[in-house]
Design a protein around this ligand. Structure first.
Ligand code: THU
Length: 131
């Protein structure tokens, strides 16, 4: 477990980005999610020749964390070449699993901005609407 700062979480997202499997887009993405218990779970994008089968780095990190028994998430860092913003599907998954997360969006050299899931996906569809 590493002491949390935005920079350390971003560094882990940058490390995860090295594992990206992105032979089609060449857009490599890494993500690192900080769990409530202090552990960090990482992910990278994994593309597929059948393009819609591709999964984004943020969803790999979050779903891996859930598979490891984690349920509460504090922060998520995502790293791309250009500091690109998370896609809509990932925002929806963040709203489901980590609605209170701070999100750090970094470029390839660690320049970042901080935002929140609420800012990224206001007025989101949630399980409450299914009741
Ligand atoms: N991608 C992510 O991993 N996260 C995002 O939030 C945006 C898109 C990936 C999916 C695909 O492998 C590549 O970036 C180009 O869309």
């Amino acid at each position: 477990m590493t002491e949390f700062t935005p920079e350390t979480l971003i560094q882990q997202a940058l490390e995860a980005r090295k594992q990206a499997y992105a032979p089609y887009s060449r857009y490599r993405v890494g993500a690192a999610v900080l769990c409530e218990d202090g552990t960090v779970v990482t992910g990278c994008n994994v593309e597929n020749a059948s393009y819609p089968a591709t999964i984004c780095a943020e969803r790999v990190a979050l779903t891996s964390a859930v598979a490891q028994g984690k349920r509460t998430f504090v922060a998520l860092a995502v790293a791309t070449a250009t500091g690109g913003s998370p896609c809509g599907i990932c925002r929806q998954v963040m709203a489901e699993l980590g609605p209170d997360m701070v999100v750090y969006i970094s470029d390839a050299v660690g320049n970042f901005r901080a935002t929140t899931v609420a800012e990224l996906l206001p007025d989101s569809f949630t399980g409450e609407q299914l009741l």
